[in-house]
Design a protein around this ligand. Structure first.
Ligand code: G1P
Ligand code: ZN
Length: 551
């Protein structure tokens, strides 16, 4: 028998989950009782799980294996009947969502700091997903935080570590622990959505070459199974496929800055036709054509506009959803399809209710997240497969040709996000507070845009969202400033960083004229950047002359 232990603890003051769970430096999570407190706070905030199933896994980053052993023992002590653990502790975020749904689990504990760097000096994170497979809604994450402020004890069990490397079943007291193949069920789910025979002909034909960069993060095993083994792409189509605890020293964020090897390959003379990458935990995606990067907001719109070509979506979309800072390209597609486009706060947790209620089929965010009602998380490999399916269904058309055709039909929402990372938190909060104070007086103000033209503010607010399904209200989700020519600037602070504050400025402008759609993005947005600086005093307050990252 394994001995049940009730151990005393004291609260930590910094356990409030952010946009996507609790994210801190590894050193913070390695403090004695830090992880235990948060996990016990999760369990104490939930009811009805006695005898139920908990899914546990993570993106394989440093500390993943140690944390999983702790969580498995605590799940057993807290009365779960079954704990399902991905082999080697590996489980991408979308695969965790898939398994929760497929096995009718109570929920999942997912260990990930997503696209943040890993290793002993890197970041670590933990989040809880509910029985629908989606991230816990705010009423649960806030309850977890409140519990963490009062916690006095946690439950665990005296038991040796379980063998995570081998598929099989172990008894832990009354609880069954099952180590399972983290890839198979997820790959089966995706195979049912897409036209794998047509996609296999495309990738095996020899005329078409693809390159998927797993960035030494969690998607390597998934990509090898799906692209190489099931679709038959040449093995060299998948690179950086071995998950590493420090992601090979890289920053597993699939954007043109951090996915520099993929960018080099896709801009080389002998570039493949199709390039893609995913992030630390496999929920983000980046799509690149030959010498052509697809902006995530455009990608969402293109997928929605081409969904009729994909078997799993051919019967039509119930609706589209995008986060507020995501460009309005998807709205134009929704209007053309005659379906609703929902605008939600940042973070995937807001999409789950819409998906559950059948109000949306496809969702996306400007931060390289796209997904659908097949799971309740964004899904990197899904997005790559969707693009491959569209390419197979539009033979002879390149990624670039498909995007340019889209712009001709719907207009182009020229878009960029400028991030000021690691700035002083007090200065960042003051910048947002001052913007809030200006909201009432901004409408009607005109700003010069160069060449004698000007733009007048027609709307300014702090985005608030009322969930159409459960009526819950979420406020202070970003400052929106809209101009008379439909240009838009959004300011918000990141909820996923672990150092100081990160200011995100989202800039966009609509260009309906095909003759002018070829403009370079940053040049086309330069006058808006200047207006953002005038309204918010960005350079002065951040002490920076330029953003750290522009995507
Ligand atoms: C960032 C992205 C957001 C995404 C989240 C989790 O959050 O902006 O779209 O849902 O990561 O991947 P933020 O740091 O902006 O709060
Ligand atoms: Zn992620």
């Amino acid at each position: 028998m394994s001995e049940l232990l009730t151990l005393p603890t004291r609260p930590f003051a910094d356990q409030r989950p952010g946009t996507s769970g609790l994210r801190k430096k590894v050193a913070v999570f390695r403090q004695p009782r830090y992880l235990e407190n948060f996990v016990q706070s999760i369990f104490d905030s939930l009811t009805g799980f006695a005898g139920g199933t908990l899914v546990v896994g993570g993106d394989g980053r440093f500390h993943n294996d140690v944390a999983i052993q702790t969580i498995v023992r605590m799940a057993a002590a807290n009365g779960f009947g079954r704990v399902l653990v991905g082999r080697a502790g590996i489980l991408s975020t979308p695969a965790a969502s898939c398994v929760v749904r497929a096995r009718a689990a109570f929920g999942a504990v997912i260990l990930s700091a997503s696209h943040n760097p890993g290793g002993p000096d890197g970041d670590f994170g933990i989040k809880f997903n509910t029985a629908n497979g989606g991230p816990a809604p705010e009423k649960i994450t806030e309850a977890i935080w409140r519990r963490s402020e009062r916690i006095e004890r946690y439950l665990t069990i005296a038991h040796a570590d379980i063998d995570l490397a081998t598929i099989g079943i172990t008894a832990l007291g009354e609880t069954t622990v099952e180590v399972f193949d983290p890839v198979a069920e997820y790959a089966d789910l995706l195979a049912g959505l897409f036209d794998f025979p047509a996609m296999a002909r495309l990738v095996q034909g020899g005329a078409f070459r693809m390159r998927f960069d797993a960035m030494h993060a969690v998607t390597g095993p998934y990509a090898e199974e799906i692209f190489v083994r099931r679709l038959g792409a040449p093995p060299k189509s998948v690179v950086a496929a071995t998950p590493l605890a420090d992601f090979g020293g890289g920053h597993p964020d699939p954007n043109p800055i951090y996915a520099s090897e993929l960018m080099a390959a896709m801009f080389a003379a002998d570039a493949p036709d199709f390039g893609a990458a995913s992030d630390g935990d496999g929920d983000r995606n980046m799509i690149v054509g030959r010498r052509f990067v697809v902006t995530p907001s455009d990608s969402l719109a293109v997928l929605a506009a081409n969904a009729h070509l994909v078997p799993g979506y051919a019967k039509g979309l119930k609706g589209i959803a995008r986060s507020m800072p995501t460009s309005r390209a998807a709205d134009r597609v929704a209007a053309a399809l005659g379906v609703a486009c929902h605008e939600t706060p940042t973070g995937w947790k807001f999409f789950a209710n819409l998906l559950d209620a059948g109000l949306a089929t496809i969702c996306g965010e400007e931060s390289a997240g796209t997904g659908s009602d097949h799971v309740r998380e964004k899904d990197g490999v899904w997005a790559v497969l969707f693009w491959l399916n569209v390419l197979a269904a539009r033979p002879g058309e390149s990624v670039e040709a498909i995007v340019r055709d889209h712009w001709r039909r719907f207009g182009r929402d020229i878009y960029s996000r400028h991030d000021y990372e690691g700035i002083d938190a007090a200065a960042a909060n003051a910048l947002i507070a001052d913007l809030r104070a200006q909201l009432a007086t901004l409408p009607g103000r005109s700003f010069a845009r160069g060449e004698g033209s000007s733009a007048t503010v027609v709307g300014a607010d702090d985005f608030a969202y009322t969930d159409p399904v459960d009526g819950s209200v979420t406020t202070q989700q970003g400052i929106r400033i809209v101009f008379d020519d439909d240009a838009r600037i959004v300011f918000r602070l990141s909820g996923t960083g672990t150092e100081g504050a990160t200011l995100r400025i989202y800039l966009e402008r609509f260009e309906p004229d095909p003759a002018k759609q070829g403009v370079e993005t940053q040049a086309a947005l330069a006058s808006l950047v200047a207006i953002a600086d005038r309204i918010a005093g960005v350079r002065e307050r951040t002490g920076r002359s330029a953003p750290s990252v522009m995507t």
